[in-house]
Design a protein around this ligand. Sequence first.
Ligand SMILES: NC(=O)c1ccc[n+]([C@@H]2O[C@H](COP(=O)([O-])OP(=O)(O)OC[C@H]3O[C@@H](n4cnc5c(N)ncnc54)[C@H](OP(=O)(O)O)[C@@H]3O)[C@@H](O)[C@H]2O)c1
Length: 276
Amino acid sequence: MDALSILAAAALRLRWAWGRPDVWLRRPRMDVAGKHVVVTGGSQGLGRALALLCVQKGARVTVVARTAAKLKEACADIASAGEGFGDRVQHAVLDVSTASCEQVAEMLRQASRTFGRVDVFVANAGTGNGMLLFGVPLSEVQATLENQVSVNLVGGLRCVIAAAQLMASDGQGGRVSIVSSVAGLATCPGYSIYSATKFGHRGFLAGAYEEFRRHGVHLSVFYPGSIRTPGFASEQENMPLVTQKIEAQCSDISSRRVLRGRAASGHRGRGPRNYQ
Ligand SMILES: NC(=O)c1ccc[n+]([C@@H]2O[C@H](COP(=O)([O-])OP(=O)(O)OC[C@H]3O[C@@H](n4cnc5c(N)ncnc54)[C@H](OP(=O)(O)O)[C@@H]3O)[C@@H](O)[C@H]2O)c1
């Protein structure tokens, strides 16, 4: 390749990335082998799939959720997936919607006694029920609002701040990721409350990224499309019709994205990815 072609390619890349903070903020992939990864909401769905993937790649993984029975089942499942996997997965019970930052930090300190310092933290625990705001009793709207804000936004951010502080405090840094959603980038009727919580992750990252980066902690936000999980199934049952219709079109966009990554994920194209 001559110098002119290299310059042209660089100019094209710059033009594509201009004004897209996610592109500029993207970090090189991390090898999790030998690292301690903590995943909230790790007892089912996306979190459990991520926990298994990390164990397969050689990490020690702590899965966190509210229900001890589901956590034990997830650990047993992961343990049975490969030789020695059982030695590299453990669980911790914590409700992110009520735990203080200090309680999250204490849970992480406890987890590190067996699996070493926390190198990677994924704030994945989340909930989302579509709901219209007009024609629904105010008490129901308020209950949904408070539940989603306390789990997705306040709960997620408490975890992220506690994990990032802990990683920064010993000078070794680490990676912290928040699971948002495509509904954290674009929204529609029925998703206003869910989106308010998921857009919040992006705002938080924009403010906190540089501060923690100086201490070796890299924050990121993940914006997945539809994924077939237990949470997705219950969300579908209660979704307003208008949201279902719009969501079906969004899933189509999402599946094209999925198609591009199918070699890596094993996904075969249309429809949500499948993580039970
Ligand atoms: N599935 C999708 O289509 C989709 C699309 C975009 C984004 N997302 C996001 O991806 C994340 C995972 O979604 P999913 O579909 O895998 O969810 P899911 O199947 O409902 O699983 C949720 C997990 O979070 C745990 N959890 C729920 N509330 C919690 C709390 N207060 N404290 C601690 N743990 C809690 C659950 O266990 P317990 O109930 O035992 O606590 C479970 O392990 C969520 O943040 C979701 O918003 C999902």
